[in-house]
Design a binder for this molecule. Sequence first.
Ligand code: NAD
Length: 365
Amino acid sequence: MGNEFIYAQPVKIFFGEGKFQELGKVLDEQGVSRCVIACGKHFAPTARELMDKESRIVAVFGGVEQNPQLSGVIETTRLAREHKADAVIGIGGGSSIDTAKFAAAIALDGHEAIEYYRGERPFPAKRLTIIAVPTTAGTGSEVTQVSVVSHVTEKKTINNPAFMPKAAIVDPLLMLSVPPRTTMNTGLDAMAHALEGYWSKNHQPIPDLMAIEAVRLILGNLETAYRDGGNREARGNMALASLLGGLSFALPKTAASHACSYPLSEDYHLPHGEACAFTLDSLVRINADERLEYLAKAVGLRDTAELAERIRAFKEMAGLRSRLGDLGEVDLDKLCRDCAAHPLMNNNPVKMTEEKLREMFEALR
Ligand code: NAD
């Protein structure tokens, strides 16, 4: 694509320790008068306390689960419709933000969530304001037009402008309580976003710069955030890395490690970050080229082999599943077939055929 690109980033980002305390100002600025919160059980008490203090918060759905189900979207939509809300706030990891996005996109319409999920009808032109408050440093969902929702066993990524938040409040203080293993999973998800945005066939100069800085921050801070969750400097740097990771892939989209993460989550129940990390170091080796070598040197490493090794070491540090034997009984034919068929695989710079995927997974026995 030479030097031609179109870059746009429509989300107003409020970043910094304590920014969540300014939620009222953000609601003022966005002209919100009645809003619903979607969150998981960790933040449900905080959300209910907020509702007592802030009269514009009219309802809370506190039941979002990991790999969020469409049922959570249906419930959040029901609350938004019933309370005539004009905004939905997602407070939590990617699961809560994605639930809020989907509900906000369909609430002004009378149709069922499943019809949109199945692609049977286009998302309505009018939607509620989306405000994203990430509490994990990983998905970058606060700056993407993506919502990942599961229905029964199918996990589906829907990419639609209807899901773009109007505002994001990124407050590292909300992330101090993330448990160590989730810190590692989500931190490696951010690493996967930065690397995949960077090596995606659709990479662009501005996201490239953010990707390099995200990788540098993760290499320098993930271990501390994992071992010492209360370390505010490390949490702040990981929050920034996650945001930059989101901006790195929002336009170029992700590639092979994300394509492989879907079958690994659906069939072997790995959380999203762990599923992305499963193949990430292998793919650093497979996708190694001059550009990736440039990134490795720019973040202070010797070469791409050291980058792959640092990712492998992070996984080992937290005991993440990283070999086929860790997954139980594996149907390798199906795994390779499903990974190869995922649309994101087409963004990978090296063509990953079923055969090549088999070779990669065989090396992880
Ligand atoms: P998550 O939202 O599923 O949260 C993981 C766990 O951590 C949950 O149990 C949650 O309650 C808990 N948690 C979250 N914040 C916490 C905190 N501050 N303290 C204590 N516990 C906390 O995990 P995630 O990795 O943030 O999100 C994963 C989901 O996001 C997946 O469904 C993935 O596919 C999706 N995703 C979406 C995008 C996007 O652009 N929309 C990008 C990447 C991933």
